[in-house]
Design a binder for this molecule. Sequence first.
Ligand SMILES: CC(C)(COP(=O)(O)OP(=O)(O)OC[C@H]1O[C@@H](n2cnc3c(N)ncnc32)[C@H](O)[C@@H]1OP(=O)(O)O)[C@@H](O)C(=O)NCCC(=O)NCCS
Length: 195
Amino acid sequence: MLEGLLVDLVPYGKAFTDLEHKWRNNDSSFFGSGGDRYFATRAMVRRHMERWAEERERGADDDVAFGIRTKDGEPIGFIGINWMVPYHRLAMLGAKIGEPEYWGGGYGTDALLLLLEYAFDWLDIHKAWLMTTTMNRRVMRQMEKVGFTLEAQQRRAALADGVWYDWLAYGLLREEWPGRAAVIERIGLRAREEV
Ligand SMILES: CC(C)(COP(=O)(O)OP(=O)(O)OC[C@H]1O[C@@H](n2cnc3c(N)ncnc32)[C@H](O)[C@@H]1OP(=O)(O)O)[C@@H](O)C(=O)NCCC(=O)NCCS
């Protein structure tokens, strides 16, 4: 378990996979995908989770998945490395807080800092990166706060509820990562009881 200030990162076990059906059909997937309005049946989600578990058993090692759990023990989402390229030591990150009432409260940034520490210090990656769209102001703000650089912008390439948005690629190099404690200090992230 990776212990943060607002959340802990724990194995992505049954407490989380049971919530996948809800999370795939709400706004967290709309924002997470850059504008798709998914409809996923319970059977589709179950099959997808089973395939994912089978791949893990077969030893697939190009992703890492953590559940995000509040300090009260509530499972609220997912964060991980969706695609790892060992040769280049690249990690493409993904995150989804499936419970919208937790958005904008610092939980996702706390989780991101734990994941970055894990990726840089334990997996020895050289670069973390991710993609989002200009619709996703929370991620854009999060990237700015944590110190990612906007590296590429693909214009009008994501359609969300009839509006075109740009795709954005953000990256953070190892030498730009000052360490979790320094970022926490800089952005003033605090545990709830300290607020
Ligand atoms: C993206 C996500 C993981 C971020 O986690 P989070 O807990 O919401 O993020 P944080 O609260 O740490 O940071 C978000 C920042 O955006 C700000 N913000 C919130 N709504 C905003 C808006 N509409 N416009 C601009 N900024 C906004 C918050 O105030 C906060 O900044 P602050 O700390 O300076 O106040 C989470 O929102 C989420 O899962 N969203 C749905 C799925 C998704 O978008 N996944 C990412 C795909 S790339």
